[in-house]
Design a protein around this ligand. Structure first.
Ligand code: C2E
Ligand code: CA
Ligand code: CA
Length: 685
């Protein structure tokens, strides 16, 4: 130990020792960085990295040793034999290459330690080869024990350094600790090795004269190694930067929508998390959340195709992005759904203004290459001023408000209130109850007369569904049918209605027809035709007595399919009526394409038809149309004598309405349908 300290403190040129130390530290950090990459990368990148890492590590060891040697001032003439000096560099580089290859490719828990030991022994091998090149006027006496100790120190610390590299500590520590141990490995090995020598001076041995001074040589090595290290440093820094950029790009991609480039739902979730913290920590924080949903976007997609749909979304996104001010953000969170956030406002009016701006920008005409379109938007707003301080809750409430806005065509922007919440909860409850209604036998059919207009005699009944809710009492179909359609429950419910109606009608004495409403979703069900056939079969009802009422909505979604289904139904002998005629978009076109057996004029045109010239014109032209196409027309909603007379004059075929009776219970209906033909009343089985 004394010799070691003595060696370091007494016999060295401090300036050069500092240079050696500098090279050693920088070189070790780079070496560790590059070696670590070898364990992180695979494939081609790793293969390219391997020789580079070997060169850097080898050059570091060698130049540290050599400059330290030049710093060694023994007080007599000395020199370096060039071939062996060069060889020592080769030993350093090849040894480091071997160690790094081991680190990169060898498997098993001991592999990094072995590789590190090889690195340490390379330091020794290089050191002692370098010492062989040392020429002096005398001979060197080696202390074998110290040499062995120096080799063990190098190998041990080398193994420790490589072991630390594979620990992957991350951050600066992941590089700093292994680099520090590597510096220790190189320096302690070197100085222990230097303390293993004793010089026996012998003036008969002649040292060749120096061509350049020690300092100049040290600076030369320093310069060359410095350049190598600088290149390595530059490449490492480029690579780290690029990695950082890639990471930034990846995280951008994860948080943004590829179509519009807008922030996406993931971004929104993070934003909400951040806002949650802010709202908790700072009472003055204010947040408004708006759900923005485009209206009729599905129709744009259906009518013009997805490419146009995408173009519309992109255009809308551009506008929304352009109008964002400070503290305003808009994210696209679903197909045609956006969420806007505004913070740092003072009054609710600012929120309204923002919502107005959003709305106005969306409804501007969108001019594309071939078409010019307009889409609407419904916006729901919830704010931390009134609706709570939990962002997820605000989002939910803004959603509820948006649905409210959707259901009211004149109210594109809706501020959340508790009433809405109650409604939305009511709806959830209704969906829940509706699911159980069939099992619990809560449905009932009522029957409304349909009468011929010339004789006023009954010709059939339309069945209308009623729901007897255990606590709410009778629920109107106007309330629950839309919910049943939304949830798909209408399929099972509709099948039940059809079965009950057919079973009932099959038992009547009079062969009145029975009209059953069929929802759009029933019609597109693949099993629909089969279901109808089964029901006819099991009920034994003559198919000619069954009339299915469908609305335009059934047809619009998939016209080709509907046409096929209609033909199949007609082939079975079933008649098909077009319900609510006149209320849709293209009732006329529908009549031309689809083989309807009856037109039912909607009651909105029949009501007050004798007083209202416009309605009269509509009803008249519908009747003319029916006559021209030879399709019988039924007028719905006849309530008063005058309406009836008008229809009679215009030669309507049949009528239905309160004038003849409200929808009646089964028992009441049976009084009519089951009265035996000789006039005696019977009750049906
Ligand atoms: P809808 O098919 O147009 O049925 C006619 C509606 O008009 C019935 O209302 C009926 O009670 C009512 N109505 C009949 N005559 C008059 C009248 O003179 N004046 C007035 N103001 N109203 C009259 P309801 O029973 O409330 O049914 C409403 C709607 O619910 C039906 O309209 C139909 O779209 C749907 N619906 C009813 N039952 C079913 C069903 O079993 N399946 C399906 N899918 N929908 C059904
Ligand atoms: Ca109907
Ligand atoms: Ca109708």
């Amino acid at each position: 130990m004394y010799r070691l300290l003595d060696c370091i403190t007494q016999q060295h040129h401090y300036g050069l020792v500092a240079v050696a130390a500098f090279i050693c530290v920088i070189g070790s950090v780079l070496s560790v960085h590059m070696s670590a990459r070898l364990t992180e990368w695979t494939g081609k990148r790793r293969l390219v990295q391997l020789p580079l890492a070997g060169l850097i590590t080898g050059a570091t060891i060698w130049s540290t040793h050599f400059i330290a040697m030049l710093a060694y001032e023994p007080g007599y003439d000395h020199a370096y034999e060039p071939v062996l000096t060069g060889l020592s560099l080769l030993v350093g580089v090849l040894g480091a290459l071997t160690a790094n290859a081991g680190l990169a490719f060898a498997r098993g828990p001991a592999a990094p330690l072995m590789a590190g030991a090889i690195f340490g022994m390379t330091v020794s091998a290089m050191h002692y080869t370098g010492m062989k090149a040392y020429l002096l006027p005398g001979t060197i006496l080696w202390s074998g024990g110290t040499v062995i100790v120096s080799v063990i120190i190098g190998a041990g610390l080398g193994a420790a350094s490589y072991g630390l590299i594979t620990r992957r500590m991350g951050g600066i520590a992941g590089r700093a600790w292994p680099a520090l141990v590597m510096v220790l490995a190189i320096c302690l090995m070197h100085f222990t090795g230097m303390s293993a020598i004793d010089i026996w001076l012998d003036s008969s041995i002649v040292v060749p004269p120096k061509t350049i001074s020690e300092t100049a040589m040290a600076l030369l090595i320093f310069g060359v190694t410095g350049i190598i290290l600088m290149i390595a440093m530059a490449s490492a820094s480029i690579e780290v930067n690029m990695e950082g950029e890639t990471r930034t790009q990846l995280s951008h991609a994860a948080l943004h929508d590829p179509l519009t480039g807008m922030p996406n739902r993931m971004w929104l979730n993070r934003k909400l998390e951040a806002l949650k913290v802010q709202l908790q920590q700072d009472e003055t924080t204010r947040v408004a959340i708006m759900t923005v949903d485009l209206n009729l976007f599905k129709e744009v997609n259906d009518l013009y195709g997805h490419a146009i749909g995408d173009a519309v979304l992109t255009r809308v996104a551009l506008r929304l992005e352009a109008l964002q001010g400070a503290n305003e953000h808009v994210a696209r969170v679903g197909g045609d759904e956006f969420v806007a956030i505004k913070t740092g406002f003072r009054r609710i009016e600012e929120i309204h203004a923002f919502a107005e701006r959003l709305h106005a920008s969306i409804i501007e005409p969108i001019d594309l290459d071939d078409v010019s379109l307009r889409v609407g938007a419904s916006i729901g707003i919830a704010t931390s001023l009134e609706d709570g301080r939990i962002p997820e809750e605000l989002l939910h409430k803004s959603d509820v408000a948006m649905y409210r806005a959707k259901s009211e065509p004149d109210l594109p922007i809706c501020l959340f209130n508790e009433e809405m919440d109650r409604r939305s909860r009511d709806k959830t409850q209704m969906v829940h109850d509706l699911r159980l209604a069939l099992q619990h036998n809560e449905f009932e059919l009522v029957y409304q007369l349909q009468n011929a207009l010339d004789t006023l005699a009954p010709v059939g009944f339309e069945v209308l569904l009623r729901w007897n809710h255990p606590t709410r009492g009778r629920v109107s179909p106007v309330e629950f049918i839309p919910v049943a359609e939304e949830t798909g429950l209408i399929r099972d419910i509709g099948r039940w209605v059809l079965r009950e109606a057919c079973r009932e009608a099959a038992g009547w004495d009079h062969p009145y027809s029975i009209a059953v409403n069929v929802a759009p979703q029933q019609l597109v069900q693949p099993s629909f035709i089969e279901d109808v056939m089964d029901i006819l079969m099991e009920s034994g009802l003559d198919s000619a007595r069954l009339e299915l009422e469908i609305t335009e909505a059934s047809i619009i979604d998939d016209q080709a399919h509907t046409l096929k289904v209609m033909h199949k139904l007609k082939a079975l002998g079933i008649r098909i009526a077009m319900d609510d005629f006149g209320t849709g978009y293209s009732s006329l076109a529908m009549l031309q394409t689809f083989p309807f057996d009856k037109i039912k004029i909607d009651r909105s045109f029949v009501q007050d038809v004798h007083k209202d010239a416009q309605r009269a014109a509509i009803v008249r032209s519908t009747l003319l149309l029916g006559a021209a196409l030879q399709i019988p027309v039924l007028a719905e909603g006849v309530e008063v004598e005058d309406e009836l007379s008008f229809l009679k004059n215009e030669r309507c075929t049949s009528v239905q309405g309160y004038y003849f009776g409200r929808p009646m219970s089964r028992d009441d209906m049976r009084l009519i349908a089951c009265a035996s033909k000789d006039g005696k009343k019977e009750s049906a089985a």
